[in-house]
Design a protein around this ligand. Structure first.
Ligand SMILES: *Cc1c(COP(=O)(O)O)cnc(C)c1O
Length: 221
């Protein structure tokens, strides 16, 4: 099937409250333009340089999501255009994003990445670290006027065990429900970013509102 067909087929199955991020990392602009032609306006990349090159070449009504791990010294390369940063996992990174956003007179939306998998390799916060960051943001004099925390993101363990994946997704949903009642000037959890090609249907059943799908749209990498 073509990229257009893959995209339209997936979109047809998504409930209306679920946002599709088309994960286009490693794929050429020509492939992204096929998805664009089929109406897709949200793309996810995991490397800032690659995302910036694509941003320069492609139509400006695209929303670019950074879904990879971000180094603080690279934030400046995407600060003027990035729409949502999924992988925020420290106050240090948050304050680097705030500083760069300020230079461009913007407020940059961020998701806090939670550690939900049973794998050493996955980045993310545990509940205590999440609480610390939320607590910090409750203080209105925190100086972070140029970021907004709009939700949580998580990645399940890479396994065929559906029960395991489900358990991890439900853990993220539980955290979301627990902390989404908290509203401050620069924090209100609305989005749960979870689910990829192999597990997005399960993620939606567990409460996901944003799925990040790459290979099922663009083919394997
Ligand atoms: C690559 C990637 C995806 C998409 O993975 P697919 O299995 O190709 O759908 C989703 N989220 C993150 C963080 C990724 O790095």
């Amino acid at each position: 099937m073509s990229i257009q067909e893959n995209l339209l087929e997936i979109k047809a199955t998504l409930p209306s409250q679920v946002t599709l991020v088309a994960v286009s990392k490693t794929k050429p602009v020509a492939d992204l333009m096929k998805a664009y032609g089929a109406g897709q306006r949200i793309f996810g990349e995991n490397k800032i340089q690659e995302m910036s090159e694509k941003w320069e070449q492609m139509p400006k009504d695209i929303q670019w999501h950074m879904i990879g791990h971000v180094q603080t010294n690279k934030v400046k390369f995407m600060a003027k255009y990035v729409h949502l940063i999924h992988g925020v996992d420290s106050l240090k990174l948050l304050s680097a994003i705030n500083k760069q956003a300020m230079k461009h007179n913007r407020v940059i939306d961020c998701l806090l990445q939670m550690y939900i998998a049973e794998e050493e390799s996955k980045f993310g916060l545990d509940e205590n670290e999440l609480k610390e960051i939320l607590h910090f943001l409750q203080n209105d004099t925190n100086g972070m006027q140029n970021i907004k925390i709009v939700g949580l993101m998580g990645m399940a363990t890479f396994t065929a065990n559906q029960n395991q994946i489900k358990k991890e997704f439900l853990h993220l949903k539980t955290l979301f429900d627990k902390y989404s009642t908290l509203k401050t000037k620069n924090c209100q959890l609305k989005t749960i970013s979870m689910g990829m090609s192999g597990d997005y249907q399960l993620a939606i059943d567990c409460g996901s509102t944003m799925v990040r799908i790459g290979s099922s749209i663009f083919g394997s990498r």
